[in-house]
Design a protein around this ligand. Structure first.
Ligand code: GLY
Length: 570
């Protein structure tokens, strides 16, 4: 019996009594479900237009880095929920020759920012100040990031790459039903922040075509003048003027000083896999590394996908990893982070030493101090593979849905509310009920901690998977489960993306299951072991966009049906 068949049969047999909530684990009885298959190149993103523009650029002779610029800007046009010019992100790459690297274009705190800027005279956090309005924004990094990556590795001229995006902004995109619901739900707050006549304050319904002429003009100036148009040109002046009129503190000096940063990715082995992910200021790489290495010694296949035992061991690893994340991680340019120690095999073995299969570990017993970290759920990810063999995993965000809700009508985009990813006050919950740690306190020019986890996976020395997801603090656990689904349970890319997910982040001490996946037998079995379970309505956990390289050299897209993700390829 070959390994794949053995794995599937073993997982099936061994999991029969305890397989309680995965309806999507593959079985021998049915054909595997595959995503889009392409011969040479693929883009998977949150919007079909953005995936197709990336493909169009590659068909014109561009590579993955040219497609990144086009896809990212097309998301800014068609997916203002998270696609952006006013936010930031991270990209992890692997070139055709095996060379790896990453670029950090995370926002930075403005020069006038300070540790207590969201506190009142009594030292209490002022609700809403770090999430809504001009004071909530960090200095945007997106334009710097895409130009830095494209100028180093791309092949085409930015003007050629941006032209189809400019055309898209001018000709418009059609509002989907999901999008119409989102736009309706934020209309009032967008009008409150920006005035009644603001562009996204209008009534947009499903089927309407949105033409964003202001954004087309901004992109035309950027296409002609390059990245400095955004940081030092007319666009910079309009941005600063607008933000300052609204009480913001971003200055022309802050924009002029912004630079994206090349960073060494986090690299670790999981069995025969080599995982390459984002380093701080994203917590993604370190935390996914801790989780996967903590579960590595356990026979997950024998436990069965999403069985009680599987949920338990993964939960205990997640709990321990998030406790470390919340305490140790921040901007590496400002704080010392013991990355090697956090990923050390002996350390992680010792961390799991207190795991008792009979009973839940209490989060209160895991670490000193009640530090907690999480972000909002709105972000977006795209994965790209070009025909030369270059791979890119890119996650980008405004933080909350439509960021700070500040919309620059003259420029055609929303500004981020990424300042809320800092801890406004150590030990005190922010407006989401979350508590932050000292390593992630606010300082001028500092980058706020992120959970974004753009990730590449090699198998037997060859590129195997490109993946990532939105989902705030659930990003890391969604990416970890997608890798385990494919590797341990031999799921196809599409199956691995679709399978039900769960999440634990140390505090609050509860397991979060996706809606309608919590089976009563699972609940009973976990409750008997003292696990606290969120039984209320739960959101989706992530919305993964992934690509798998198949043994025959073809590409399989995994476009998450939880949202409107779409793969395009040729
Ligand atoms: N704002 C979401 C994140 O950076 O993780």
């Amino acid at each position: 019996m070959n390994k794949q068949v053995y794995t599937r049969v073993a997982a099936l047999l061994l999991s029969i009594p305890i397989l309680v909530f995965s309806c999507q684990s593959p079985s021998e009885e049915r054909e595997p479900k595959r995503g889009l298959i392409a011969e040479k190149a693929m883009v998977v993103s949150a919007r079909g237009e953005a995936s197709r523009i990336g493909i169009e650029i590659m068909k014109k002779g561009g590579n993955a880095f040219d497609a990144m610029m086009a896809t990212e800007m097309a998301l800014a046009v068609t997916f203002p929920f998270a696609g952006n010019l006013g936010g930031g992100g991270f990209a992890v790459y692997r070139l055709a020759n095996g060379e790896i690297g990453s670029i950090d274009y995370r926002e930075k705190a403005p020069g006038a920012a300070h540790r207590d800027m969201y506190l009142d005279e009594n030292g209490d956090v002022i609700p809403g100040l770090s999430t809504k309005g001009a004071l909530a924004s960090g200095v945007p990094g997106t334009i710097a990031g895409i130009f830095e990556a494209q100028s180093k590795f791309g092949k085409l001229e930015p003007k050629e790459i941006l032209q189809p995006v400019i055309d898209l902004a001018k000709n418009g995109f059609v509002v989907s039903t999901q999008q119409a619901g989102r736009l309706q739900s934020i209309r009032e707050v967008v009008r409150e922040v920006n005035g009644e006549n603001t562009f996204y304050g209008k009534e947009w319904n499903a089927g309407d075509t949105i033409k964003n002429i202001a954004l087309a003009e901004t992109l035309e100036r950027i296409a002609s003048n390059g990245r400095d148009e955004f940081y030092q040109g007319e666009t910079a002046k309009i941005l600063v003027d607008h933000m300052q009129k609204m009480g913001g503190i971003i200055t022309e000096e802050d924009l002029a000083a912004y630079e994206a940063a090349w960073r060494e990715p986090i690299v670790f082995d999981y069995k025969e896999l080599r995982v390459i992910s984002m380093a701080p200021p994203s917590s993604g790489g370190v935390t996914i590394g801790q989780i996967l290495k903590m579960v590595e010694p356990y026979d997950l296949q024998a436990m069965g996908h999403n069985s009680v035992d599987y949920v338990q061991v993964l939960t205990e690893a997640m709990r321990r990893a998030y406790a470390d994340r919340n305490y140790y991680l921040g901007d590496p340019d400002f704080v010392e982070i013991p990355i090697d120690e956090l990923l050390d095999d002996d350390y992680l073995k010792e961390r799991m030493g207190s795991f008792n299969p009979e009973m839940a570990t209490l989060s209160a017993d895991i670490a000193e101090g009640k530090v907690l970290f999480a972000e909002s759920m709105e972000t977006t990810h795209y994965s790209i593979m070009d025909e030369e063999g270059n791979a890119l995993a890119v996650t980008t965000t405004l933080n909350g849905a439509y960021g700070s809700k500040v919309y620059l009508d003259e420029l055609g985009f929303f500004m981020n509310n990424e300042m809320d990813d800092f801890s406004s006050k150590t030990g005190v919950p922010n407006m989401f009920g979350l508590i932050g740690a000292d390593a992630n306190s606010i300082a001028p020019g500092k980058r706020m901690l992120s959970s974004m986890t753009p990730t590449l996976v090699e198998r037997d020395g060859k590129l195997w998977m490109i993946l990532g997801t939105p989902g705030g603090s659930t990003i890391i656990t969604a990416v970890a489960q997608t890798i385990l689904n494919a590797y341990e349970f031999d799921m196809t890319m599409q199956e691995a993306v679709e399978a039900h997910r769960f999440h634990h982040q140390w505090l609050p001490d509860q397991i979060l299951f996706e809606e309608n996946t919590l089976d009563s037998a699972l609940l009973k079995a976990l409750s008997a072991k003292n696990y606290l379970i969120n039984e209320g309505r739960t959101p989706i956990i992530g919305s993964v966009d992934a690509i798998m390289l198949l043994p025959d050299g073809k590409l399989e897209g995994g476009a998450d049906p939880r949202r409107e993700n779409e793969a395009a390829g040729y």
